[in-house]
Write a new protein. Structure first.
Length: 127
């Protein structure tokens, strides 16, 4: 890599850095804050009354049968819903892929959204 390419690469990273930091902040700050708050016994009515309990909240959560039952239900729901969505999505894709009368119409909602069609009659001019 030439010195000019290295300089351009560094400059590119500097341009992307503010957006990357913002994305990281927006994505990870709530997760970090939630984990931090989970280490305390919070009184939601009076937010100032907190007591550090460490991992006792997690130990109590993992020892409850209701948690494990809810976890099983969530996994079952996820497996069933993803399977059904995949099945019906493939079914619709196969139906759209078949030749049928009116398939070539641009405004056909099964084929393409009306707002996504080309705005110019001559698209070869842009190429």
């Amino acid at each position: 890599m030439s010195p000019r390419e290295k300089k351009e690469t560094k400059l590119g990273f500097l341009y992307v850095l503010p957006a990357l930091l913002l994305i990281i902040l927006v994505a990870f700050w709530p997760i970090i804050r939630t984990f931090y708050l989970s280490l305390f016994n919070l009184n939601l009515k009076f937010h100032l009354a907190t007591r550090f309990v460490g991992f006792k909240n997690y130990i109590r959560l993992l020892s409850e049968d209701r948690f494990w039952n809810d976890t099983k239900v969530i996994f079952l729901f996820t497996i069933v819903s993803v399977s059904l969505e995949l099945f019906f999505g493939l079914l619709i894709a196969l139906a759209i892929n078949k030749r049928f009368k009116g398939r070539c119409l641009e405004n056909n909602p099964l084929y393409g959204a009306p707002f996504a069609r080309r705005s110019s009659g001559n698209t070869k001019a842009a190429i």
